[in-house]
Write a new protein. Structure first.
Lengths: 1002, 274
């Protein structure tokens, strides 16, 4: 029986959700809405009695204090009503928990096909609202066509008896699972079929695949299993394994790099090996704190003698650009499975985010799939629900606005975990699969999620087609699984674990079977969300919240007992073997039988031409400027710029204190409102040690040279860590490359060779910096193709590519959190130092961007010079010589001197004549001192009594006393080189400028 | 000295169990994290414990009202056992999602010894979103609440989307008259916030941040005392540290106001039950 329950807040109560919608409708669309009241709809599709329905209504879904409900449509008045619900097959988290709750309260189990679906309707009043307004509101704010459906009802068209209808969003697939075979008669035919089936086999790989299947001994092996031509399961497996996502073909490719200035060409045979793997292995040998790198789901470093920490970073760009909320929540929940699947399983202890989007107020002609504002709102909310509901703090993050991200926005997610160094006496970072071990799938069930995502989006929807290609992460299911796995780990039951992400079972089992050298998987044992999936779909589905866990058969009972206790579904779906074969059956019939070493068959490397044209030769030059006269207004305008201003609105939506280990929070200072340099948490509550974490992004510098973009980004991330008190000898890094397409094509990608050269240069910079600062890369990922084809006003499309972007994350141990410092000035009379010289490096700066220029003199890192300074800073912090430390980042001193002042709510007097200048003194000018973004610098406040010791520690390291902290709420006064006052700004005016832009956002 | 045994619930999306157990340990108790299902299945008996803790988190994803499904499950399977636990003079504390659960179970406000009726609610914040911030709190010294005895004013973090305390006027009056309002959101100077945002972060009626039952032995609050278990948890700790260095008065690892709240519960058991 199907029943629809409507629930609303009692009319006299404030409807916060409705209020938020009203505010957004006004801000985003200029709609004058008077009221919005929200009605929650729960559609029950289950064979229950009236008494049971009433129990559910009264005891579960209606709070007698605040709510009213009815199985008939509620009579909330409206001029317009918008109903929004999920498309069939889209993860309905609330529907699933409703089933659990109903089963519990009624003491029964839902039968197959029975379910609960949730949706909402919004009752909107306002005298001048039109149907067009409502459709805009529905389609551009409330519902995303990819995952949701909506209906608009006018007051007149409303049927009081039937309301919105029943709205049962059930998946119906009238399909019998079928394995099909694909001919390998010719390259041409296989290529055609590959295209038709969206197999995405690369042309160069096709002959290798054919050769394999045409080999006599292979044919003979297969014939014994009843197979001849390859099956779709097999080709999908090969396609997944050979994809750029899984195999990193770009970074393992051959680059012919030509410097057009010198005409010299160098051949790079494998960027990954040369610039990431080799330096990391070298540093692993050198640094005994590095536990495990380069092979597992995440890297592992030592936290203390009993615990190791785990770190990794990911992007989730393409899905977030289609459905921002779903993409981002799937991204953060997904990256949280990586530490959980590292070693024998780590407990998640923190996460972070990085969002790169175009201007929030964008109003140009070229239309992205989602407007940047909507996209940003969605990804913010996705990471909020994903992080908060996982019980994992999010104490760091960054948002970067740049027009190139209109083509494709970036969503970075990073995760850190902690695990005991040993489990049952065995090292927790080691794991293996052995013949006879059981393959268990835990967590969620399998549906058509994430299968051939991109192509599926262009297919025509029917009412019952599962919209599976875009997913919605389910942090609740995963949190249960997380707790379960840690319990099982601590009992010593788990021998191997890995997550199911990209490629699904195909990747997780395919890769783990390489260790034992074979496996046998019985696909019919994989629990499904709904029937009708083909075998190949089960094999490669990317349905979320699943881990592949490996145990020995004798531990199966205990494992299942724990699984039941934690209310997690676990199923044995196969065993590992040592047969050298990946063997997949479905009800006993073989549907895949390939050699485990098929993937080392000698597939050809990808090849790229890279041409570097120096910035001068590309026509870049320094803008010709005079010193500004009105510094006060200019500085306030800079503080208000999107990339500089406060993002407190986002920070406060994210729980950054859960787990109780917060030390340096994302917002610090007297009024807790200025972004801190880095975060520090105590992941082990019984320990005084901390884990510092920071990230940096400086894509603007790529407009000049991605080499320096990379060095400056890494330097910033490291300097951020140093600023809070991290140990410079234990810094680990995570590189996340997001690059536009680098494969040259005369029409489709005419500047591909340049972008390829930028990638080579960035990789070289990465190695140079890692070696200089001694940072092993604990983890890293690349995401290519950051381009979009946007529709224009005349029906044309335009390709928009992002700037070459690398996010760098850095982590390090803090020996004793009591020594940590924050950025805010703390005491009147303290001395202000700038540590590090300033140079004429305004190229790509925030100031130049503000006046519409790029420039040429990109900031440069002098690593050999900086590192001793960072060690001295670490020593100064450890010995308590400094009251505050803040790095000088984007915007230069003009932005970061105000940060120190407004964080502490103190005035400061700064004398620019005392600032150390590096390079041509003829270039020295007060505006350049203030706006240059030279890396390697800090602003430090020091108690007068520590002057001598501090200066001694930094002798010959560029520390210069440049001013004093004045009284509370005194102005920031900056005295020019000639002795005249150039800046006089009150703390409140600077704070207002810093906070007003996003101050009213919800 | 006998142990004060504290049970901290885990499972189904609860997530503050580790730090809550840690905080009780610091306060002198022996705390055990127990899965809701282990308690329901009888693998662990409630009888062996003195304090039952409903901690923070997103139980069942909070998809149908925060704490609602947890309340239904607990009430269905353990309602009577928990009532007996309370009647035997032991303590129950609910923090954030735990507070939401207590009010949905009817354990609070517990008027007239009725621990089953829902009379108060915690609903969506007026600000329209989840919010993480530190708040100043003022203790009602007349309240019988066991956990807030001897505390006057303190700061704890709040981290919730549904923390607006709401009840009909007659219920609020009764809570006030019986001094069941133990904790209110306050301004810096210690006076109550009077609805001012962000000091009152969610629009709670009468700035209510925490209430107890008439006996003072069942207590629920939205702020997280367990997240202030170490001096460095406080958002101004680096400033406090510097001020201490300059004055030369450096506190010797003082117990935080967060731990003091738990110690009150532990001491109560020592003094009254053991």
């Amino acid at each position: 029986m199907q029943k629809r329950l409507e629930i609303r807040l009692k009319p006299h109560l404030n409807d916060a959700e409705g209020h938020g919608l009203r505010k957004k409708a006004e801000a985003y669309f200029g709609l004058a809405i008077e009221t919005v009241r929200t009605i929650q709809i729960v559609t029950l599709d289950a064979d229950l009695s009236d008494t049971q329905f009433n129990t559910i209504k009264n005891d579960l879904f209606t709070n007698p204090v605040t709510q009213e409900s009815s199985f008939d449509p509620l009579d909330t008045p409206f001029d317009w009503c918008i109903w929004v619900g999920f498309r069939p097959g889209v993860r309905d988290n609330a529907g699933s928990t409703a089933v659990e709750a109903i089963e519990d309260i009624l003491g029964l189990k839902f039968k197959e096909g029975e379910a609960v679906y949730t949706s909402k309707r919004y009752c909107i009043t306002g005298p001048n609202l039109t149907e067009k307004d409502m459709k805009a509101l529905a389609s551009e704010l409330l519902a995303n066509d990819i995952i949701q459906q909506y209906s608009v009802f006018s007051k007149e068209s409303w049927d009081k008896n039937n309301g919105v209808g029943l709205r049962v969003s059930k998946v119906k697939l009238d399909h019998t699972p079928t394995v099909s075979t694909i001919t390998v008669e010719s390259d041409e035919l296989l290529r055609t079929i590959s295209n038709e089936r969206n197999l995405a086999l690369r042309s160069q790989d096709i002959p290798v695949i054919r050769n394999y299947f045409l080999r006599d001994e292979v044919k003979k092996d297969r014939a014994a299993m009843g197979l001849s031509d390859p099956t779709d399961v097999e080709l999908e497996y090969i396609s997944q394994s050979r994809s750029d996502h899984c195999n990193h073909n770009t970074f393992q490719g051959i680059f012919r790099y030509t410097d057009l200035t010198t005409g010299e060409t160098e051949v790079e045979n494998n960027l990954f090996k040369t610039y990431i793997k080799e330096p990391t292995l070298y540093l692993k040998d050198k640094k005994d704190w590095v536990v495990s790198v380069l092979w597992d789901n995440a890297g592992i470093g030592r936290f203390d003698e009993n615990n190791n920490y785990v770190i990794t970073g990911e992007t989730h760009n393409s899905p977030s650009n289609m459905e921002a909320y779903g993409g981002a929540i799937t991204g953060i929940v997904g990256v949280y499975r990586d530490p959980l699947g590292t070693g024998l399983g780590a407990k998640l202890v923190m996460g972070s985010y990085g969002f790169c989007v175009a201007d929030r107020e964008y109003s140009g002609d070229y239309q992205p799939n989602l407007h940047p504002r909507r996209l940003l709102d969605g990804v913010i909310e996705g990471v909020k629900d994903g992080g908060n509901k996982s019980g994992i703090p999010t104490p760091f993050g960054q948002i970067y606005f740049e027009k190139g991200y209109l083509g494709k926005s970036l969503v970075f997610v990073t995760a850190l975990g902690i695990m005991p160094a040993t489990v049952n006496g065995n090292p927790s970072h080691e794991k293996r699969t052995t013949k006879g071990d059981l393959i268990i799938m835990c967590g969620g069930r399998v549906g058509k999620d994430g299968i051939h995502g991109v192509t599926a989006s262009s297919e025509v929807f029917s009412e019952n087609t599962p919209a599976g290609h875009v997913q919605i992460g389910d942090p609740y299911t995963q949190k249960k699984m997380h707790d379960f796995i840690l319990d099982a780990r601590d009992e010593g039951i788990i021998v191997f674990i890995t997550d199911n992400g990209g490629g699904g079972l195909s990747s997780s089992i395919g890769e783990s079977a390489e260790i034992s050298n074979g496996c046998h998987v019985e696909l019919e044992k994989v629990p499904l969300k709904y029937n009708g999936l083909d075998q190949w779909e089960i094999w490669i589905s990317e349905s979320q919240e699943r881990m592949t866990v490996v145990i020995q058969p004798e531990n199966l009972d205990r494992f299942m007992e724990l699984s039941k206790k934690h209310a997690v579904e676990s199923s044995v779906i196969g065993t590992y073997t040592d047969t050298g074969k990946l063997h997949i059956t479905y009800h006993g019939k073989t549907c895949a039988y390939v050699n485990m070493d098929l993937l080392s068959e000698g597939f050809p490397q990808w090849e790229f031409d890279a041409e570097w044209q120096a910035p001068e030769r590309r026509g870049l030059f320094e803008p010709v400027t005079n010193e500004p006269k009105d510094y006060n207004t200019l500085i306030l305008d800079l503080l208000n710029r999107p990339n500089i201003c406060s993002k407190e609105w986002v920070t406060r939506q994210y729980d950054h204190e859960v787990q109780g280990g917060s030390v340096i929070k994302p917002l610090m200072g007297k009024e807790r409102d200025v972004a801190s340099d880095a975060s520090v948490v105590r992941p082990v509550l019984s320990s005084e040690r901390g884990l510092a974490f920071s990230q940096a992004l400086l894509p603007t510098y790529s407009a000049i040279d991605a080499y320096h973009m990379t060095t400056c980004t890494i330097d910033e991330a490291v300097r951020r860590l140093i600023a809070v008190g991290a140990d410079p000898d234990q810094i680990g890094g995570v590189d996340n490359f997001c690059w536009p397409d680098i494969q040259f094509h005369p029409e489709k990608n005419p500047d591909g060779k340049f972008k390829a050269a930028q990638l080579v240069r960035s990789c070289r910079a990465l190695k140079d910096m890692c070696m200089a600062y001694e940072i092993p890369l604990l983890s890293g990922k690349d995401s290519m193709y950051v381009d979009g084809h946007l529709k224009g006003r005349y029906g044309e499309t335009l390709k928009v590519s992002a700037l070459e972007t690398m996010q760098f994350s850095a982590s390090a141990v803090v020996t004793d959190v009591k020594h940590c410092v924050s950025l805010d000035a703390k005491m009147e009379g303290d001395l202000v130092y700038i540590v590090g010289e300033t140079a004429d490096q305004l190229g790509g700066s925030e100031y130049y961007e503000h006046i519409g220029k790029i420039g040429l003199n990109v900031p440069q890192v002098n690593a050999a010079h900086f590192m001793p300074r960072y060690r001295a800073m670490a020593r100064a912090i450890e010995t308590g010589l400094v009251a505050s430390v803040h790095g000088v980042y984007r915007g230069g001193l003009a932005v970061h001197l105000p940060m120190v002042a407004i964080a502490g709510c103190f005035g400061m007097t700064i004398r620019l004549a005392d600032v150390l200048w590096e390079g041509d003194t003829a270039k020295r000018r007060d505006d350049r001192i203030l706006f240059s973004e030279t890396p390697g610098r800090f602003i430090v406040t020091v108690a007068p009594k520590n002057k001598m010791l501090f200066e001694k520690l930094f002798s010959a390291m560029g520390a210069k006393h440049v001013g004093e902290v004045t009284r509370e709420n005194d102005p920031l006064a900056i005295i020019g080189s000639q002795g005249e006052e150039k800046v006089r700004l009150s703390v409140s005016s600077m704070k207002h400028a810093y906070k007003k832009r996003f101050g009213d956002e919800i | 000295m006998s142990d004060v045994n504290v049970l901290v619930l885990t499972g189904y999306g609860l997530n503050c169990d580790h730090e809550t157990a840690h905080a009780f340990q610091l306060a002198g108790a022996v705390s055990t994290r127990v899965h809701i299902n282990a308690l329901i299945a009888g693998e662990v008996k409630l009888d062996g414990f003195h304090i039952l803790t409903f901690g923070g988190g997103f139980s069942w994803g909070d998809d149908h009202g925060a704490g609602v499904v947890q309340a239904v499950r607990m009430k269905t399977h353990l309602g009577k056992a928990i009532e007996a636990f309370i009647q035997s003079g032991k303590l129950v504390i609910g923090i954030c999602n735990g507070f939401q659960t207590l009010v949905n179970m009817g354990l609070l406000p517990g008027f007239d010894n009725d621990y089953r009726s829902r009379r108060v609610a915690l609903i969506h914040n007026d600000c329209g979103n989840f919010r993480d911030d530190w708040v100043a709190l003022k203790v009602n010294e007349k309240s019988p609440c066991v956990f807030t005895q001897g505390l006057d004013a303190m700061e704890y973090p709040i981290r919730h989307g549904e923390g607006k305390f709401y009840a009909e006027a007659d219920v609020i009056k009764r809570l006030t008259d019986q001094n069941q309002i133990a904790l209110r959101y306050a301004l810096k100077d210690g006076s109550t916030a009077n609805g001012k945002f962000p000091e009152n972060p969610n629009g709670s009626v009468d700035d209510i941040a925490g209430i107890c039952d008439a006996t003072g032995r069942v207590f629920g609050l939205m702020p997280h005392p367990e997240a202030y278990s170490h001096p460095v948890n406080h958002p101004a700790w680096t400033r406090q540290k510097e001020a201490a260095i300059r004055t030369g008065i450096i506190p010797d690892n003082p117990e935080t106001p967060g731990i003091r709240l738990f110690r009150n519960g532990v001491d109560y058991i020592r003094n009254n039950i053991l």
